[in-house]
Design a protein around this ligand. Structure first.
Ligand SMILES: Nc1ncnc2c1ncn2[C@@H]1O[C@H](COP(=O)(O)OP(=O)(O)OP(=O)(O)O)[C@@H](O)[C@H]1O
Ligand SMILES: [Mg+2]
Length: 501
């Protein structure tokens, strides 16, 4: 019997990919006017389930029902018609199109040859306002920040007036303020009866807005539709990983050496940097905190030769550095940069796991004749796969077929193996499950303990407070203050808040 209020059911859904059972007998129900959390480790099957509901994949077994009737969607066109909206984990916008065109893409598709841009833009403005995005619909999407793109995705789903909304990590690249706004939007949708399936790795978010939660573990249902009141964080984590998990304390680090390895002196750049000065010492983790758009990534780009320095200077090991390109940064100066935009910039999606991880060390393992030694290469990749618990059927799997979080891990692994003396890490744990997040923290900590100088860019305040030796706060492309880290969350968040006010 279908329960009162049930809008959507997945019944006994299984789905295999070569070498992976992504879903195994997954049943779940979604009720009218509820926000249903869907959680699980990277590779647990969350996105696959959502893609099946949306008609992007066909299940091997099982069925999807809407209002009690079995449905079969051959493509997303069908599911959109049936009232399903999807905010995907991978940005799905067309970069060369304007914001307005993207928001109303489906309408453009249907309206044939005659498109009134005035109308399109006027309507797009409403949806942009609804998600709190203050940009013109005529802006081209490729100009937007990740957070803005995320909100455009949301506006797009709203424009379709869906009754079932599937959200795959919608908050991954949003600032706390934007998350709050998005949650406001979701709560309104909820009151109007929309049923939502909400994927996130941030468990606090589950408690903040979800009514019920389903946990996937290795493609199985570990808990189905449990009321949020019956859950706590520890229980969620043990359901996700199949055992109890204890977060270990990070050990104290020896004091830093006396000479900075990297110095920025009053740096201006054509990426917007406004007179930034900082010293980075071997063996330390300096946190660079700021909200999305504060100019942290733009500053990092100037350091690695991806933006032009227009004023001031950068010194590496006490000597003026003239970093010409990302490759130059790595090979000549030992500076690595883990991009926040890992999917777009950090990976060759059509290549294997092993190639992607070892690409930065080819120089080192290409001994005679420039031939990369396969065995060494595989050993390095194997170590990273184990360390970061990268879920892949083999080292030769094409990266495109890994789950979103596992792709992130591959991109990180590449830099962690790169033997850099200075490592700039931009938002390392976005989209990464909680267990791996702590594993990554340990790794970053170990690198620093081994003498690597780390500049940690993060919008995740608990993360920066856990890891950083000191915290530089950035706003409007300037450093507005530096704080010693007491590692007390309340204390630090208050101090940081003051600097940002
Ligand atoms: N198109 C595909 N081809 C081959 N394997 C795939 C494909 N899509 C997903 N997989 C595999 O199926 C499993 C489940 O992946 P899925 O993307 O559903 O995970 P997820 O729970 O969304 O993880 P994440 O938190 O990392 O996004 C993973 O092992 C993944 O590598
Ligand atoms: Mg996913």
């Amino acid at each position: 019997m279908m329960q009162e209020g049930t809008v959507l059911e997945t019944l006994h859904i299984s789905k295999a990919f070569p070498g992976v059972q992504a879903l195994d007998d997954v049943s779940l129900t979604l009720r009218r006017g509820e926000i249903h959390g869907l959680i699980g480790e990277n590779g647990a099957g969350k996105s696959t389930l959502i893609k099946i509901i949306f008609g992007l994949y066909q299940p091997d077994k099982g069925e999807v029902r809407i209002d009690g009737k079995p449905v079969k969607f051959d493509s997303p066109m069908d599911s959109v018609k049936a009232g399903i909206g999807f905010i995907p984990q991978e940005r799905n916008l067309i970069p060369g199109f304007t914001v307005g065109e993207n928001v109303l893409l489906e309408k453009l598709n249907q309206s044939g040859v005659f498109v009134s841009y005035k109308k399109i833009n006027a309507e797009a403005v409403q949806w942009l306002e609804a998600v709190g995005l203050d940009i013109l619909p005529t802006v081209v999407v490729s100009e937007l920040s990740p957070a803005q793109m995320q909100l455009v995705e949301t506006a797009k789903a709203l424009a379709l007036k869906t009754k079932i909304l599937l959200l795959d990590e919608p908050t991954a690249s949003l600032t706390p303020h934007e998350v709050e706004f998005l949650f406001g939007v979701l709560k309104k949708l909820k009151t109007s009866g929309v049923a939502m399936l909400f994927v996130t790795h941030k468990l606090e978010e589950i408690f903040a807005i979800c009514d019920r939660v389903t946990v996937l573990r290795d493609g199985h249902v570990a808990a189905q539709g449990e009321p949020i009141e019956s859950m706590d964080k520890d229980r969620m984590i043990s359901l996700m990983i199949g055992r109890k998990y204890v977060v270990t304390q990070l050990p104290p680090k020896p004091p830093r050496k006396d000479k900075p390895i990297l110095e920025a002196r009053d740096v201006y750049s054509d990426s917007g940097t406004q007179g930034v000065s900082l010293d980075l010492y071997p063996g330390e983790i300096a946190g660079l905190y700021g909200l999305v758009g504060a100019g942290r990534t733009e500053f990092a780009r100037a350091l690695i030769g991806d933006a032009r320095i227009t004023g001031g200077e950068v010194l590496v090991n006490g000597k003026v550095a003239n970093v010409k390109s990302v490759a130059d940064a790595l090979h000549r100066y030992g500076i690595g940069y883990v991009s926040e935009n890992r999917k777009a910039e950090g990976l060759i999606l059509s290549h294997s796991v092993v190639t992607n991880i070892t690409i930065t060390v080819w120089d080192r393992i290409a001994k005679m004749l420039g031939v990369v030694r396969k065995r060494e290469e595989r050993a390095i990749a194997r170590r990273s796969v184990d360390q970061l618990d990268i879920k892949t059927p083999s080292l030769d799997q094409i990266v495109m077929y890994l789950s979103g979080g596992n792709q992130q891990k591959v991109a990180l692994a590449k830099w962690l193996t790169a033997n850099t003396r200075i490592l700039i890490i931009d938002e390392p744990t976005i989209g990464i499950d909680i267990k791996t997040k702590y594993a990554l923290h340990d790794l970053i900590w170990d690198l620093a303990a081994n003498g690597v100088a780390i500049l940690l860019i993060s919008s995740d305040m608990p993360e920066i407070i856990r890891l950083a030796d000191r915290i530089l706060v950035m706003k409007d492309h300037r450093i507005v203050g530096e704080l010693a880290n007491s590692r007390e969350y309340g204390d630090m968040s208050q101090k940081i808040g003051k600097l940002l006010a």
